[in-house]
Design a protein around this ligand. Structure first.
Ligand code: PAF
Length: 305
């Protein structure tokens, strides 16, 4: 394993920073990780956290990099959370590239990788799991098309936050609604953790980076950038007044491009209220979810802020 220098973050009375030399440490047990991080925290270090389900790409790595910029120690988790998959096949086919993931994290200078088992994460199972009052947020868009998904996301993120207790949490804007849900979870739990929503990273042709992209056939991979093209088209042609024509045209564009569309919507960027018309002032976002074959892609674009 490569060696990395971690600065303790707190200069001593002479203004010198202590250099702790370490390798990336892999934890599988929650209690051991919590105990280690408690010590790190007591020493006055700040902890950044990037939760993932593995099959890492540059988008995830950019989150680790963002964490490293403002924290003394960065933790990444890899856990494919069964509780958030409403579709069994999607869970079974979720890509796994553990060796490459570890390699990428080490190169990015990630300090700790947490890779728990299902039993470690859910020792009591998930049947009697807590219900999170997410309200409207879980009735629209992803919430409507993936029933139970956000409850599963909250369950795992709540548990991860309890284990890691980070000062800062890093999420990608690609999962826009998930970011809003986790923001709400943080509020519900009255956690002091600061949420950082980092920009979506895109391939050269505009396709949002996603772990699921590797599952696209060559033909579908070539079609996939249409989703970003369509969101960009909405942004370019946005006008005050009725939005329905614009949405209808966007859905048609995706259908013509070979997608099976779950939704393509324009919503208030602050609360995801679906809008039929625009007053020219409300901050807007366009969001889409659509299948190419059996691969479901999501993307979003801020339209006006
Ligand atoms: O975005 C993801 O990869 C997952 O939903 C998350 C936040 C790691 C929770 O399992």
């Amino acid at each position: 394993m490569q060696k990395y220098d971690i600065y303790s973050g707190k200069p001593d009375s002479n203004g010198n920073q202590t250099v702790i030399e370490t390798t990336m440490i892999l934890y599988k047990k929650a209690a051991a990780l919590s105990a280690y991080l408690a010590k790190i925290r007591q020493q006055g270090n700040r902890i950044g956290f990037v939760p993932t389900m593995g099959a890492l790409h540059q988008g995830h790595i950019s989150l680790v990099q963002a964490s490293k910029k403002i924290n003394d120690l960065s933790v990444c988790s890899i856990f494919v959370n069964p509780a958030q998959f409403n579709d069994k096949q999607d869970f079974e086919k979720y890509p796994s590239t553990i060796e490459q993931d570890i390699d990428q994290l080490e190169k990015a200078g990630c300090d700790i990788l947490f890779m728990p088992s299902v039993a470690e994460m859910y020792p009591q199972g998930t049947i009697d799991a807590e219900h999170y009052p997410l309200g409207y947020l879980e009735t629209v868009l992803e919430g409507e098309f993936r029933p139970g998904h956000f409850q599963g996301v909250c369950l795992v993120v709540h548990r991860l936050l309890d284990i890691v207790q980070p000062h800062e949490l890093f999420l990608g804007q690609k999962d826009y609604q998930q970011c809003m849900v986790i923001k709400k979870l943080i509020e519900l739990k009255k956690s002091n953790c600061a949420l950082h929503i980092c920009p979506t990273l895109r391939e050269n042709d505009g396709l949002a980076m996603s772990s699921r992209n590797v599952r696209l056939s060559a033909k579908d991979r070539a079609r996939a950038p249409k989703i970003y093209e369509t969101l960009t088209d909405i942004k370019t042609n946005l006008q005050t007044g009725d939005l329905n024509k614009l949405k209808k045209r966007a859905a048609q564009k995706l259908t013509d491009g070979g997608f099976t569309v779950d939704y393509i919507e324009i919503a208030n960027a602050d609360n995801l209220e679906i809008l039929e018309s625009w007053n020219g002032e409300t901050k807007l976002t366009a969001l889409a979810a659509a299948f190419l074959g059996d691969v479901r892609l999501i993307d979003n674009l801020l339209l006006a802020d």
